[in-house]
Ligand binder design. Structure first.
Ligand code: BGC
Length: 253
């Protein structure tokens, strides 16, 4: 990496907040505190783009920028919108963010893919070779497939159907809250999801992320999946770090 690409600004777009910080890509550490701006309502592409520009400009940043979206992102375009404003579908996100950031290059990728990249390189998957599968448990379930640190983007395992219901409708963290499930009952649903995934794929390691991974002692020990399951380590900064990694390499799936 040259001087320019050793640092990049990562922006993570979530349902409640748009968070950003500059990242040192040799260590994965943040170079400044995370700044969060509430996600505009409705979270239309133009409104969110204005928020991203505000974050980056307020930080006085003029280097590479990476941005996550909770969408399938192919060729810089958002292609799905499961838990986000439907106006994103078909939006050329890379072009939109670039236009509000004075035409500079911007990389855009799926939120779980960004978290997976960061965890595989700097977090819970650091030093693990082989197939790492990250799942993020939040409003939905995001997934990231990595082999020896390389990402296979847009896996969308949260939409895997299990006995007629999508995985994220069974086992997202939002389901636990909404249905007031105990950790035992919710972990049984997570277990179903992991086992369904394991019927199709043979990961060497699962990394469990999302806010609920902070309480991992209450549910990860209840899981009976074949592969080991470890909690994410970077917590709420994984998306920012992964977005910055994508920006530094100029990768947009
Ligand atoms: C979306 C994914 C996203 C995940 C987590 C799912 O509903 O389809 O693209 O990664 O939620 O935000």
């Amino acid at each position: 990496m040259n001087e320019r690409t050793r640092r990049a600004f990562g922006v993570d777009i979530g349902g409640s907040g748009v968070k950003g910080a500059p990242v040192d890509l040799t260590t994965g550490e943040l170079l400044a505190d995370v700044v969060t701006i509430p996600t505009p309502k409705p979270a239309t592409p133009d409104a969110v783009a204005a928020t991203v520009a505000q974050l980056v400009n307020d930080a006085g940043w003029d280097g590479p920028v990476g941005v996550t979206l909770p969408c399938v992102v192919a060729g810089g375009q958002a292609q799905s919108a499961a838990n986000v404003d439907p106006a994103w579908i078909g939006t050329d996100a890379r072009k939109l963010f670039s236009s509000v950031l004075d035409g500079r290059d911007v990389s855009v990728l799926n939120d779980a893919d960004a978290a997976g990249l960061a965890e595989a390189h700097f977090g819970a998957g650091k030093g693990t070779s082989g197939f790492v599968l990250m799942l993020t448990f939040g409003t939905g379930i995001g997934s990231a497939l990595l082999h020896n640190g390389a990402l296979l983007p847009n896996s969308e395992l949260g939409h895997l159907e299990i006995d007629g219901r999508e995985a994220e409708h069974r086992a997202a963290a939002s389901v636990k809250t909404r249905e007031q499930l105990s950790f035992e009952d919710w972990a049984a649903e997570v277990d179903l999801v992991l086992k369904r995934i394991e019927a199709l794929l043979w990961p060497d390691l699962f990394i469990a992320g999302g806010g609920i991974s902070a309480e991992h002692e209450k549910w990860i020990p209840l899981l009976t999946a074949r592969s080991p399951v470890v909690p994410a380590q970077l917590r709420n900064t994984a998306g920012i770090v992964g977005a910055a990694m994508a920006a530094a390499t100029g990768v947009t799936p």
